[in-house]
Write a protein that binds this ligand. Structure first.
Ligand SMILES: Cc1ncc(COP(=O)(O)O)c(C=O)c1O
Length: 427
C-alpha cells in the first residue's frame, strides 16, 4: 500500500488531535535507519522521540523479548509477580543517583510515571501543592498537562486541570531569565500563591526536552535542593527524556552534585517497548498504601525483559561515552557553520542531548520559519529531525547512540547542506 492511500485512510479513520509529523508510513527500521512503505530510506534522528537510544531492533533486545515471549507475556505483576521486575528494580535502585536506600515502581508511559511521582509525593508529605516550570513538558494526562508549562498545543480545550499546580520561569540565559530570576519567582509564589508548607514537590527536567533542550544550571539545581530541604518539599527530577545515556551519563542528574528524592524515567528505558518507572527514597516510595500504585500493564514482562537488555547494551557498547563523542561532533559542525549562518543563535546540550536554536539574524527573536525550512529540507533529503521549544525554533538531535559512523557522517553532510540552503532561500 502507498503512502498517499494510507494518508487518506488515516485522515478518515483517526482524529486530527493525534497530530502526525511525517506523511510517509514506516515499513521497517534497523538501528538508525528507517524505510517507508514505498521503499524510501531515512536516517532517523528522532528515534521515536528519544526512545531508541539503543537503536531500532537491537539484536540483544530482540533476543530478550523473544525469550520472554516463550515464557509468558502478561500475568499482571500485581496479581502474579515475576522475578525480572524485582531484578530490574534492584538494578535501577543501584544505578539511580543518591546514596540512600531506594525503591522503584514500574508503569507504562512517561506521563503515568509523572502522575505516580506526584501521587507518591502527596502521600509522603500530606501536602497538595506542586511547583513546575515554564517550558516544561510532563505528558498529556490531566496532571501531566497541568504541570506542563506550554499551552499550545497541549492544553488547548482540555481544562480545567488539577489545582494546586504553580509555574515558575525556568532559567534561560539566552532569553534573559537568570537562575536568580527563577528563584525570585518561586519566592514570589510562596508569598502570593501558596505557603511552602503546603507544597509537596518541585518537579523539573534536568534538561528541558520539548521545551527546547535548555539545561538546568548547576547552581539552580543546588538552590532547588536547598529550598526543598528548608521547607520539607520533595524534589522530583523528570528524566523521561534525559535518561539512559542520552546526556553522556546514565541519568542527567549524575551531572549534578545534589540528588533528587524521586525520579521519573521512561522512553529509552526499554528501547521501544512501553515501560516507565519512578525511583526514589525507600521511605518516600513506601508512603502510598498497598494497591495505590500500579496498573494492569504496569511493568509488562516483555518491556521489562527489553529494559534488562538496554542496561547491558549501554554498558557493553559504552553508550554514555558514545553520546558525548557524537554530541561533540554535531556541536562542532554547527559551531563551524555559525559564521556563515547568522540564524544559529545557540548550540548546546550535554553529551548527545544536543540542540541548535535558530533566531532572526543577529537577535534572540525566535525564527520558527527558518527552523521549519531546515526540518522540511532535511526530510526531503532523507534525514528525520525533530523541532522543539516553546517558539518551535529549536532542532534537537536524538540520533540512536548505536548509530554507525558512516550513517552519522552521511547525516552530518545532509544537515550542513540543508542549513546552508535554508540561508540561501532566506536572503
Ligand atoms: C520530560 C518528559 N516527561 C514526560 C513525558 C511524557 O511521556 P509519555 O509521552 O511517554 O507519556 C515526556 C514525553 O515527551 C517528557 O519528555
Amino acid at each position: 500500500m502507498k503512502n498517499a492511500e494510507l494518508k487518506s485512510r488515516k485522515d478518515a479513520a483517526t482524529p486530527r488531535g493525534v497530530g502526525v509529523m511525517c506523511d510517509f508510513y514506516a515499513e521497517r527500521a534497523e538501528n538508525a535507519e528507517l524505510w517507508d512503505v514505498e521503499g524510501r530510506r531515512f536516517i532517523d534522528f528522532a528515534a521515536g522521540i528519544a526512545v531508541c537510544n539503543t537503536g531500532h531492533r537491537h539484536p540483544k533486545i530482540l533476543a530478550a523479548i523473544r525469550d520472554q515471549l516463550d515464557h509468558f507475556t502478561h500475568t499482571a505483576y500485581q496479581i502474579v509477580p515475576y522475578a525480572s521486575y524485582v531484578e530490574l528494580a534492584e538494578k535501577i535502585n543501584q544505578r539511580a543517583p543518591g546514596d540512600y536506600p531506594k525503591k522503584t515502581a514500574f508503569f507504562t508511559t512517561g506521563a503515568e510515571a509523572v502522575e505516580n511521582a506526584i501521587k507518591i509525593a502527596r502521600a509522603a508529605t500530606g501536602r497538595p501543592g506542586v511547583i513546575a516550570f515554564t517550558g516544561g513538558f510532563h505528558g498529556r494526562t490531566l496532571m501531566g498537562m497541568a504541570l506542563t508549562g506550554k499551552v499550545a498545543p497541549y492544553k488547548i480545550g482540555f481544562g480545567p486541570f488539577p489545582s494546586d499546580v504553580f509555574h515558575a520561569p525556568f532559567p534561560n540565559p539566552l532569553h534573559g531569565v537568570t537562575t536568580a530570576d527563577s528563584l525570585k519567582a518561586i519566592d514570589a509564589l510562596f508569598k502570593a500563591d501558596i505557603d511552602p508548607k503546603r507544597v509537596a514537590a518541585i518537579i523539573f527536567e534536568p534538561v528541558q526536552g520539548e521545551g527546547g533542550f535548555y539545561s538546568a544550571p548547576a547552581e539552580f539545581v543546588r538552590a532547588l535542593r536547598k529550598l526543598c530541604n528548608e521547607h520539607g518539599i520533595l524534589l522530583i527530577a523528570d528524566e523521561v527524556q534525559t535518561g539512559f545515556a542520552r546526556t553522556g551519563k546514565l541519568f542527567a542528574m549524575h551531572h549534578h552534585d545534589v540528588v533528587p528524592d524521586l525520579m521519573t524515567m521512561a522512553k529509552s528505558l526499554a528501547g521501544g517497548m512501553p515501560l516507565s518507572g519512578v525511583v526514589g527514597r525507600a521511605d518516600v516510595m513506601d508512603a502510598a498504601a498497598p494497591g495505590g500504585l500500579g496498573g494492569t500493564y504496569a511493568g509488562n514482562p516483555l518491556a521489562i525483559a527489553a529494559a534488562h537488555a538496554v542496561l547491558d547494551i549501554i554498558d557493553e557498547e559504552k553508550l554514555c561515552e558514545r553520546a558525548t563523542v557524537l554530541g561533540d561532533r554535531v556541536k562542532a559542525k554547527l559551531i563551524a557553520l555559525q559564521g556563515e549562518v547568522p540564524q544559529i543563535a545557540d548550540v548546546r546540550g550535554p553529551g548527545g542531548m544536543v540542540a541548535v536554536e535558530f533566531c532572526k539574524a543577529g537577535s534572540t527573536e525566535p525564527d520558527a520559519e527558518f527552523t521549519r525550512r531546515v526540518q522540511t529540507r532535511a526530510l526531503e533529503r532523507g534525514l528525520l529531525l525533530l523541532v522543539c521549544g516553546v517558539y518551535s525554533n529549536v532542532v534537537r538531535f536524538l540520533f540512536p547512540l548505536t548509530i554507525q559512523d558512516s550513517v552519522f557522517d552521511e547525516a552530518m553532510v545532509i544537515l550542513e547542506g540543508v542549513i546552508r540552503d535554508s540561508v540561501a532561500v532566506g536572503v
